[in-house]
Design a protein around this ligand. Structure first.
Ligand code: ADP
Ligand code: ZN
Length: 679
């Protein structure tokens, strides 16, 4: 999500009233009060003195002033002084509120056992029967037993562990709720939708979205529905309930949805599909309910659900992927809500996904997302527009920056990639302490977006460097010499990001691909390994990504595109996404064997052909590799010098190399020398 929209996380409409709610501090306060209470309580009776020494007890008993002794819970002893002689004991005479202390006056905390204690008393008495020293014979006080319940303590024994448990629970909840106030747990079922409305002045409108003219056209209609529903309802037309934006990531789906909100000036609730899914059962469904409720209150309004595939995945399929009842009930709730609101309530749901094929068919049924709008990767004209939009905020552009050229250099780039290039170019220019952003900065930014940072000082042994050079030269040679392979733009052995070398091609922007083109591309991808094989008689792990690509391509040709004679015009592709082929293949074991055989045969044939091409041009291959080792980067012109012009490129609009220095994402061959770590 772009950040230029102020967001407003509060529940819409509700003014912020001070919440007298559930808060951790209340618990702290409660505990504190209880503790203080206990303190007060225990000192309440006041004036009790603890007897620590045995002698003290002896003296008391011998003075004959003890009235009675109470053994509490057979554990401690309380001594009561005779009221009349209390004046002789000033230390305990006064009660806690200043009155006469009614006792107990002395306390022995631990008496061992009652028997021991009584024996002790007897002993004291026996010791004092010596009439020489004591005129009055000692009279032992009466001893009573008492069981006393400490209710407070018993309650505490209960409450404390419980309290700790609750504290821990709240702590976990707050963690999971992702920060926020203390009221988090009680809001877990609430939709966390971002809400933008007229006051939050969304600055994005359709002008901020470049290209995508058809999509904009359709969406403008929706804006019109929201603005003047009467025009349509007067004629008896039903206003659609939903539109689904389908397209690869970064092509501007979110941007379009925001633009609708900006244009229609209606409240806009934005939420991502994954926001609905929490680890608690029932949360997703209740969030859906809440979201629709909020939107209906503010109608006319737009609900935007990004990544709707997170909840809208076909039901039933989930069995194979580990059942997720939670997601299913979330989806069901959404269907219910969409069916539930009558047409013309003024709430329109817009969802975005890049995986329309896996969506549950129920979502696409009339009355739900009945409009499907495709948002594709931009074409040349589209890219040009997007470049213009994103160059606007760049302050100082050199005159040599040519938008047209840039657009041609970036086939396959999404809108987000282009936005990234523009920003990156400014960063690069700034790092070079330039005053203006020039063409070179843009070229470097494109390279960087494609391949990651250059790592010029990565240490590579000379022998490895040579292997890499021949590998890349192999790709370049084969793609140059095969008619249907995409023409090379640039080949380099400078490590960049994960790759150790790369050959970049400029693909045609074509809508369909022929079998010849696919075969030639497989050969070009095998060119790296074939060159190593021919030159060194050894192969390396450096061809990993090449082989992965080749294998996928070959299997697709046989099982999806029906380009294999033996399998025939059969496609096992399932556009509905309803069946799960990872577990049961839609063909017999026998067919599976044939498929594997045919794929292997095809790749083997390609490899033989590739090696043949390289053998026939071995001298030039070596020249190329040598030059690559010297210069590290070679361009189209360098290959023309070595191999001559590519006759079949005549009349085609090829991108001249040195002036442009770039290529495209998915048609490059990045070569990793070592396989990536396996988890
Ligand atoms: P999606 O939702 O399709 O994944 P976004 O809408 O989030 O893609 O696009 C990401 C960013 O790419 C946008 O914020 C915008 O800067 C840029 N972008 C994408 N498409 C366009 C376009 N057609 N015009 C202008 N900017 C675009
Ligand atoms: Zn390679």
């Amino acid at each position: 999500m772009a950040s230029n929209i102020p967001n407003n996380n509060n529940k819409p409409g509700a003014p912020k009233k001070p919440k007298f709610g559930f808060n951790l501090y209340w618990i702290y306060a409660l505990i504190a009060i209880v503790l203080i209470g206990i303190q007060l309580f225990s000192t309440f009776s006041g004036g009790v003195k603890k007897l620590k020494e045995e002698q003290e007890l002896k003296n008391l008993i011998q003075s004959n002033n003890v009235d009675k002794i109470v053994l509490v819970n057979s554990k401690s002893a309380e001594l009561y002084i005779n009221v009349d002689s209390l004046k002789n004991f000033p230390e305990v005479a006064k009660g806690s509120f200043g009155g006469v202390n009614k006792g107990p006056h002395y306390l022995i905390e631990n008496i061992g056992s009652p028997t021991q204690f009584e024996n002790k008393l007897e002993k004291i008495k026996a010791d004092t029967t010596n009439p020489k020293r004591f005129s009055n014979p000692v009279v032992l006080p009466e001893v009573k037993y008492e069981d006393r319940q400490n209710i407070l303590r018993d309650v505490l024994m209960w409450v404390l562990p419980l309290g700790i448990l609750i504290l821990v629970w709240i702590f976990i909840m707050r963690r999971m709720g992702g920060g926020g106030g203390g009221g988090q747990i009680f809001n877990i079922g609430k939709a966390k939708a971002k809400m933008f409305d007229a006051e939050s002045n969304v600055s994005i409108n359709f002008d901020s979205v470049a290209g995508l003219d058809e999509a904009k056209q359709e969406l403008k209609e929706i804006v019109d529905f929201l603005k003047t529903p009467k025009k349509y309802t007067d004629l008896g037309a039903k206003i659609p309930k939903g539109a689904l934006l389908i397209g690869p990531p970064g092509t501007g789906k979110t941007l379009l949805a925001k633009a609708i909100a900006g244009e229609a000036k209606v409240p806009f609730f934005s939420m991502s599909g994954s926001d609905f899914v929490e680890m608690f059962v029932g949360v997703g469904a209740s969030r859906v309910r809440d979201l629709f409720k909020q939107a209906k209150e503010k109608a006319p309004a737009i609900i935007f659900i990004d990544e709707v595939d997170a909840i809208g995945r076909a039901r039933g399929r989930s069995v194979a992927q580990g059942a997720n009842d939670e997601r299913e009930s979330t989806l069901n709730q959404m269907l219910t809500e969409m069916d539930g609101f009558e047409t013309n309530t003024g709430v329109i749901v817009i969802a975005a996904t890049n995986r329309a094929d896996i969506l549950d068919k129920a979502l696409l049924r009339p009355g739900r997302f009945d409009r499907q709008i495709f948002v594709d990767l931009p074409d040349l004209a589209g890219r040009k527009e997007i470049f213009k939009v994103h160059m606007k905020p760049l302050k100082k552009l050199s005159t040599d920056v040519d938008v047209d050229q840039l657009a041609r250099q970036t086939p396959g780039f999404s809108g987000a990639d282009i936005a990234n290039v523009c920003n990156e170019s400014a960063l690069i220019a700034a790092r070079r302490n330039k005053q203006v952003i020039d063409r070179q900065d843009f070229n470097d930014a494109i390279d960087r977006v494609i391949g990651g940072l250059e790592k010029r000082n990565k240490v590579i042994a000379p022998k490895e460097k040579k292997t890499i050079a021949f590998h890349e030269a192999g790709h370049a040679t084969v793609s140059w010499l095969l008619e249907y392979a995409s023409p090379l733009v640039k080949v380099t052995i400078i490590p960049r990001g994960q790759s150790l070398g790369a050959a970049w091609y400029m693909p045609e922007e074509r809508q369909i691909t022929t079998k010849e083109q696919m075969i030639d591309e497989i050969c070009a991808a095998l060119g790296g390994r074939a060159a190593e094989d021919i030159m060194f008689g050894k192969v390396s792990t450096g061809a990993l990504s090449d082989l992965e690509k080749v294998t996928k391509q070959a299997y697709a040709m046989v099982t999806i595109y029906g380009l294999n004679d033996k399998i025939g015009n059969i496609s096992f592709y399932d556009s509905s996404g309803q069946s799960d082929y990872t577990f049961n293949k839609p063909y017999s074991e026998k067919t599976a064997e044939i498929i594997d055989e045919e794929v292997k045969k095809m790749i083997d044939e390609c490899y033989v052909r590739t090696k043949k091409v390289l053998q026939e041009n071995k001298a030039n291959l070596e020249i190329l590799a040598q030059k690559l080792l010297e210069k590290e980067i070679l361009y189209r012109e360098d290959l023309e010098e070595i191999f001559g012009m590519r006759s079949w490129d005549e009349g085609k609009d090829v991108v001249r190399v040195k002036e442009t220095e770039s290529g495209r994402n998915d048609h490059e061959n990045k070569d990793q020398l070592n396989p990536p770590p396996v988890n």
